[in-house]
Design a binder for this molecule. Sequence first.
Ligand SMILES: Nc1ncnc2c1ncn2[C@@H]1O[C@H](COP(=O)(O)OP(=O)(O)OP(=O)(O)O)[C@@H](O)[C@H]1O
Length: 247
Amino acid sequence: MSAQMALSLSGVHKSFGTTSVLKNVEFSLTKGECIAIVGKSGCGKSTLLRLLARLEQPTAGEVYIPNGDIVRMMFQEGRLLPWKTVLQNVMLGLKHDRKRKALEAIKSVQLEGKENEWPRALSGGQKQRVALARTLVHSPHVLLLDEPLGALDALTRREMQQLIEKIWLQRGFSVVLVTHDIDEAVTLADRVYVIENGSIANTYDINLPRPRKRSSYEFVETAEEILNRVLGVNATNGHLVSLSNIK
Ligand SMILES: Nc1ncnc2c1ncn2[C@@H]1O[C@H](COP(=O)(O)OP(=O)(O)OP(=O)(O)O)[C@@H](O)[C@H]1O
């Protein structure tokens, strides 16, 4: 494996009982890359992330992450402990230098001044900032994002996307983002994988300059192409066609 490899999956299959969820999934990330995984509900996106987080084991194949590399996951619901303050939530799981590290992470998500608030006093966006701080405090090599902005309003979502991009560019970790929002995928990812019925159906390299302009012709074209692929729409005539006919 190359020293630049952040993670890789080769020939990964995952079944639950007799239900086959992932079939022969193969991809890799170099360090510092951000990829997005999109696909219809139930296609296996979260299962893929859970394999990367080692919350599940593959039925066959290999998930490779370099020894000692730290992987952290952020979920759609922030999963904050309601009986702990912002600072206490961010300090969770830390062993050394807890307060200093937590304060630094809280600052990086622009929540200075909220350290002693209870989660119930925070807006949805602020809660997700705390959830992000809780991952950053561990200095992850790989950040797994499972639809982290899915419950936020459109404006807050944009702000969070900008924040995630800024922190990612500063810190240089690798990101695997699962999202239903194709614009979000094209805004953030170097590469977008479309999953269909548990397999990678298409890969799109996104070579647009950052920060990406959603109104640009290239952005709109790319997002539409990916959306059509996910939906199984033939972009040339706009009709729904059988997914198996699209290569
Ligand atoms: N622990 C489990 N036991 C049995 N089946 C499971 C388990 N986890 C996931 N599945 C099944 O695997 C399939 C894929 O689920 P997964 O959550 O990975 O999809 P998804 O693409 O993330 O969906 P969504 O976009 O709706 O979150 C579903 O049919 C689901 O019911």
